[in-house]
Structures are given as structure tokens and as C-alpha cells.
Write a protein that binds this ligand. Sequence first.
Ligand code: ZN
Ligand code: ZN
Length: 293
Amino acid sequence: MPADDTDKNAAPPLPEPLRVPVADSHTHLDMQSGTVEEALAKAASVGVTTVVQVGCDLKGSRWAAETAAAYDAVHATVALHPNEAPRIVHGDPDGWSRQGARQPGGDAALDEALAEIDRLAALPQVKGVGETGLDHFRTGEDGKEAQERSFRAHIEIAKRHGKTLVIHDRDAHADVLRVLKEEGAPERTVFHCYSGDAEMAEICAAAGYYMSFAGNVTFKNAQNLRDALAVAPLELVLVETDAPFLTPVPYRGRPNAPYLVPVTVRAMAAVRGVDEDTLATALGANTARAFGY
Ligand SMILES: [Zn+2]
Ligand SMILES: [Zn+2]
């Protein structure tokens, strides 16, 4: 049966191109269907000319570094995801792939994995360390200690290499802000898939943290995100897909990819009360500044 707009598994149609190019500040090409070439060509055809490919485990981080070395339009970040660190310590066989990590886990396995992240972070095409942070939604009490230890180690790695820190914060706002303060945040820190409210946006603004908005800013129940976007300083706002997740309305539930960034950009422009060219100009410059490319 041919795919059409009513097919829930079909890729959404190409949006109208942006006139001013932007970057997808956070994507997972390795979790999307199709080749890297196809994804980049499709994105570029609608004005999304740069992507930041984010690693979540050792295999994904190595892949991100290799892909960024091969394509000018791709920059990499490397990390053990906040939900990956406890899996390594616990030697969970159902965890994400982690070739190179010693089984059956323990603190030594986490240290070994962090040492590999450290090596990858030194590469010139690797612009950031992340996604790291805290996730109190998927990781329970038994994984909290490993998660926080891993987060602190990633902050240290980012600072030592002068790379951007990419934060994953799920249901953990206060603890993420606390650890950043205790460790001292790197010069450039990005809250990916920003999920705080307007009050937290003020705190991030005061600290100079970038806030990257994903497709969920378009969701009906996400007024708190739109309120945050409305008060965030324009020079600290980024856009991302976090694809294949968080597809923006009206394609919610269908596969997400970098070429859908214009849908989110237009929704964000409406929230800010600015025209899309003005917003796109800011987003393009902000992402380049945030990741130092
Ligand atoms: Zn995340
Ligand atoms: Zn992500």
C-alpha cells in the first residue's frame, strides 16, 4: 500500500524550506532509517544544513565521531547516556550495545567506558560531551549513584577538552542544576530537549546555559515549554529534533528526522512573536557558537 499522510508509520512530507539555514542541534542518525547521505540531503533541501550527531553509548559515540569525520555537515558529541551508565555498572545484558565495556560491570567497567569517552572527546570533529546528565524517569534508586558519578565525570571531561556539555535532564531539574553548580559548568552548556518551566529558564539564562527546544514544544500539553521559550534570551535558544523521537505536531507519533526542523522552527517563531527568518538567523548563529564550529 502506498504511504500517504494517513499512514502512521510513514515519513512525514517535506516541509516548506527555510530561507535561512539552521542546524539540528541534537539528533541520532544511527537510530533513523535510511543512509546518512539521504538524511543529510533531505535536511539540506529544506534549509537544515548542519546536524549535531549525539552519542549515547560507546558504539554510538565511536560512530558519531567517525560520521563527523566523514561529513562536513555533521558534528559529533560523545557520551554514556544517563541511563547507560547504571547499565554498565550493573552489567545489564539488556542495555544498549557497549562493545569494549568489560563484563560483568562494576565501577571498573564504568571507568573503562569513561576512559574511551575521554579519548573520543579529544578528537577535533567531536564538539561536545553528551548527552549526559540525570534521568530520574527511567533510572531508579539503585542506579542513581552510578548516574551521578558518570555525569560528574562527563563534566570534567568536557572542561578538560574545552568541549560543549550536552545535558539530558529528565525529571531531574534541581539535581542537574545542583551538580552543575558543584562541579562548575563548562564554558558552553546545552540543555537538550529543554523540559523546564519559565522559572528554570530564568536560572539557565542567568548561568548562560543554552536551551534547545525539540518537537515537544509543539505538543498541546506543553504550555510550560512554550512559556519557557517565551522568556529565554534569544541568543541562548537552539532547535533540535532528538530524532527519531519527539516528532512535532501535526506528525506526532510518526518517525522524526532532521528535515522536520522547519516545522518546529515555525511553531517557535509563533511563540516568540518573530518572523521565521529572524528566528532562523539566531538559531543558526547560536548553534555554531554553542558548539564552537
Ligand atoms: Zn536525551
Ligand atoms: Zn538524544
